[in-house]
Each structure stands twice: as C-alpha cells, then as structure tokens.
Ligand binder design. Structure first.
Ligand code: ST9
Length: 451
C-alpha cells in the first residue's frame, strides 16, 4: 500500500516575513515587465530573464566568453586568501540574511513565456528545475557573502536535490511565478536551502511547489571544501526548520547505509521479489527458466530510453563545469518521455527526490543518460535516470548523477516486471523512493506539470 506521494506546500506564515523594502513585483503594474530579484534588504531589478544567473556570474567573476574562462579561473585563485580557516572565524547569519524572492514575469513577457511553454499550454518543469538550481546557489551566496568584498571566494555547487513536492495546481504559462528561498540549516561546509514557488491567481500568489536542496561550498578553484557561516535560528519556527535540517541529514545517512548497493533487501522486500518472480513462471513448463509476462505487465528492460548529450560550453555553470540545472532538465525530459512511452498518455510529475550530484560534468564530455521505469502502482510511474560520462582517453564510464522522478498517468499503468536480480534491486529501490513521500495523491485534472 502506498503510504505517500505528494506533500502539500505549507507556507510558514510569520516566518521570514519580508523585511522593509521587499515588494511583490507583480502587484506593482509598473514593474511587471522586469525580472526581479527581491532581496530582503536591497531589492534589485534587472531587465531580462536571466538576472539570477547574471548576478551569480558577478559574484564569482565568471567570464561571459568561453575563450576567457581560463583567465577568469586564474583570477579566482587570488581569492583563496579570503577563505576562512575555521567556521568559528565566520560571522553567524540569520535565515533572513539569505532570504530572497525572484519574480518570473511569464504573465507580462511573452518572449520569456516561449522558453517555458509546453505544447499543452502548461509550464515546462525542466525549466523550473534550472531556475531552482540557480536560485539555490544564489541563496547560499547571500548567506555567505562578505560585505566588504565584491567577489566571493567560495565555489558553491549543488550536491543534492533532497526533494521537490508539487502542489495540486495548474501551472499556467500566462501568470507570473514567484520563487522564494533561504538557507534553513548549515553543517561545516554544506547548506540546506528551502525554496518555494508561487503562481499568481487573481491578486494572490498561491503555493505550487516546495523544494529542499543541499549545496556545498568549495574553495575558489572548486578543488577542496570551504567553511560556511554558522546559522542562528531566531524564532521557534526557525528552530524547528533547523532541527528538521539536522533530521534530514540523519535520514539521508540512514537511507544511504541501508542502500541495496550495500545491504540485502528486507524480508518483506525479498517476499515481494519472489512473488513477482513466481508470477512470471510459465505454469505449463514447470521450469525456473521459462518466463512469461503476467497480464497487463511489461518487462523492465523494455521500458528503457537512452539519450546522449554533448556538453557544449554554452551549458556551463559559473565554475566552467556543466550546469546542474541543465543536467536535471535533460534527465527530467528523458524521464518524462519514458513515463509517457510506458503509460501511453502524457503523465505529470508529482515528485522529485534524492538527485545526487556525485561528480561534476566537465565541459566537452559525452553525457549518456539512461532512463527506465523501475516501479509502478495504480496510476503512478516511478522513473530512474542514470547519467554517466565517458572518458575519451580510456573509454571508461563514470556515474555522475542518479535521478528519481514520480509521475502520474491519467489512466492505470501496466506493472513493470524485473527479469534479473539487478532489475529486482532497481524495483525495490524504486519502491523505496515511491514510499518515501508523505501524502496520497488522487488523480486530479487540475494538476498538470509537463516537461
Ligand atoms: C553567454 C553565457 C556565458 C555564461 C557563463 C556562465 C554561465 C552561467 C549559466 C549557469 C548559471 C547558473 C549557475 C549556478 C550554479 C549552479 C550550480 C551548479 O551547476 S553545480 C553543478 C552540479 N553539481 C556538481 O557538479 C557537484 C558534483 N559533486 C561534487 O563535486 C562532490 O560530490 C561534492 C563537492 C558535492 C561533495 O564532495 P565530497 O568529496 O563528498 O565532499 P566532502 O566529503 O568534503 O563533504 C563536504 C560536505 O558535503 C556534504 N555532502 C556531500 N555529498 C552530499 C550529499 N549527497 N547530500 C548532502 N550532503 C552532502 C557532506 O556532508 C559535507 O558537509 P559538511 O559536514 O561539511 O557540512
């Protein structure tokens, strides 16, 4: 029985109330044609849709031309001396110090809308993943900023998308979207960031998405770890958020230590797999070797889709590696196509969890994405996308990311049947991811988030 699927976005009312000077851009008609970063203390208004990235580029001094990227990285080496020797040497920060809001004016900028549009007149979720990634990093730069320095000595990278839960709302490409985010927990070199997304309905921004990312600070050259400012919770709500961050870290450690790559499945899981195996034996032959598909089922291997990306400089991030958001968009779109192909209708995403960025992807890499359905139940399709890069010298492949997406189809989908032991482990891993969410989701017509 599925325990959970979709968490409702709940706004912590009263928490991190915007400071003086913070405005909701779309309520001001004069500002509707600009993309805002609305920081708690100093609102910044920029005149085009990539201002979060421009701001990030400014913070780290990234080059805008690829031919200058080596020089820009050389200049960043000089910032090493600004790195703290210990965390205690850094001033503590409050949650509101990193709080920012960003407005995506889809409602008023038709040229921007094109980038976000699906053929079904909904918003491309892959684009939202890119925006969340950039915003998460910007939030961390707000937390760690050195007021006296123009550039940050830190290289902040995405380590994990812990989870993204979507609320039951249409995402219209014709209404403004607002993002907000702040640091909610810090370790020594890592920061948990909570982000929310809202869409304008009438005069009100309604919550549509909750996301938790973990970012890691590295030195100026992105070669070793670097300390981040401590975080001081200021109210009972903030203390609760901080405590939750601590628990999240513990949960991740526990989840990873019981990984099927390290430990045998539980007794219940073994029974599940054996029963599935028995259901695929041909009763006529009385043999373990003749396998047939049960009714309304598909072999897992037949659900696979693959793609290849050549990682051009255009897709680089501010540290001259491939932008995490781009990797997520590509994996998401392949995952969506896999679910679409499997379920025979256009599915919509209900949750994303545990996207681990294990290794950076270098510019120029060949990125191999491999996607498959690993678990299904009712209308739900759990998809796993594995990405690896090939070294051109020795042809070795190295895993860079594993992505987990939960989709919902309009109609009931076939069972997915593992044939080998390895596939059975994928099935159980998919089931674990599927069960790790919190509330049941009922199929709703107004819940449409497409690629
Ligand atoms: C005209 C255009 C021109 C444009 C030019 C510019 C173009 C701009 C376009 C893009 C703009 C936007 C870019 C914004 C940047 C986006 C970010 C990225 O893309 S980033 C790209 C995508 N991302 C990447 O490429 C990252 C790839 N991954 C890595 O590099 C490494 O795995 C690692 C650094 C993340 C961790 O290395 P590891 O050796 O394990 O490190 P340690 O053992 O030292 O631990 C350090 C801390 O990390 C913690 N921790 C670790 N893992 C996890 C986890 N899974 N879960 C949770 N926590 C984790 C660990 O607990 C510890 O915490 P603490 O106790 O100290 O507090």
């Amino acid at each position: 029985m599925r325990r959970a699927a979709l968490r409702l976005c709940t706004l912590n009312k009263g928490l991190l109330t915007p400071a003086r000077g913070l405005t909701q851009g779309s309520q001001n008609p004069e500002k509707q044609n600009v993309f805002h970063i609305l920081e708690a203390c100093s609102p910044i208004h920029v005149n085009h849709g990539v201002c979060v990235r421009d701001k990030l580029r400014e913070i780290v001094g990234a080059s805008t031309n690829w031919r200058d990227h080596v020089k820009a990285m050389e200049e960043r080496k000089l910032l090493q001396s600004f790195l703290a020797k210990s965390q205690e040497g850094l001033p503590p920060r409050r949650m509101k110090d990193s709080y920012i809001e960003v407005l995506l004016p889809l409602g008023s900028q038709p040229e921007l809308r094109e980038k976000y549009l699906t053929v079904q007149n909904t918003v491309r979720f892959g684009r939202i993943l890119e925006d969340l990634d950039s915003l998460g990093v910007l939030v961390c730069y707000m937390h760690t900023r050195i007021h006296s320095a123009k550039m940050s000595p830190l290289s902040i990278v995405t380590a994990l998308v812990d989870k993204i839960d979507l609320c039951k709302k249409n995402l219209s490409p014709e209404q403004d979207i607002k993002f907000s985010g702040h640091v909610s927990w810090v370790g020594k070199t890592s920061m948990e960031v909570k982000m929310r997304m809202f869409q304008l309905h009438g005069n009100e921004f309604c919550p549509v998405l909750d996301a938790t990312f973990v970012m890691v600070a590295r030195d100026s050259e992105n070669k070793g770890p670097a300390f981040v400012n401590p975080l001081i919770p200021e109210s009972p709500e903030e203390e609760e958020l901080f405590r939750q961050g601590e628990l999240n870290k513990g949960r991740r450690v526990a989840f990873s230590s019981t990984s099927l790559l390290k430990m045998a499945p539980s007794a219940e899981e073994r029974t599940t797999i054996h029963e599935m195996f028995l259901s695929t034996l041909d009763p006529k032959t009385i043999s373990f070797r003749s396998r047939i598909l049960p009714p309304n089922a598909m072999w897992m291997e037949n659900s696979k889709l693959k793609s290849l990306e050549i990682c051009h400089p255009q897709e680089r991030n501010i540290f001259n590696r491939i932008f995490g958001g781009f990797l997520m968009r590509k994996a998401y779109e392949l995952g969506w196509a896999t679910a679409c192909n499997f379920g025979g209708s256009r599915p919509f995403v209900v949750a994303v969890d545990d996207i681990m960025f294990q290794k950076p992807v270098e510019v120029g890499s060949l990125l191999f994405l491999s996607s498959q359905v690993c678990f299904t139940q009712g209308n739900y399709i759990q998809v796993r996308v594995h990405s690896e890069v090939a070294s051109l010298q020795n042809k070795e492949h190295m895993t860079t990311n594993v992505f987990h997406f939960t989709f919902m189809s309009e109609k009931e989908v076939p069972l997915v049947c593992p044939r080998t032991y390895g596939e059975s482990m994928l099935y159980l891993d998919g089931q674990r991811h599927f069960n790790s969410m919190s509330l049941p989701v009922n199929l709703r017509k107004d819940f449409l988030v497409e690629p």
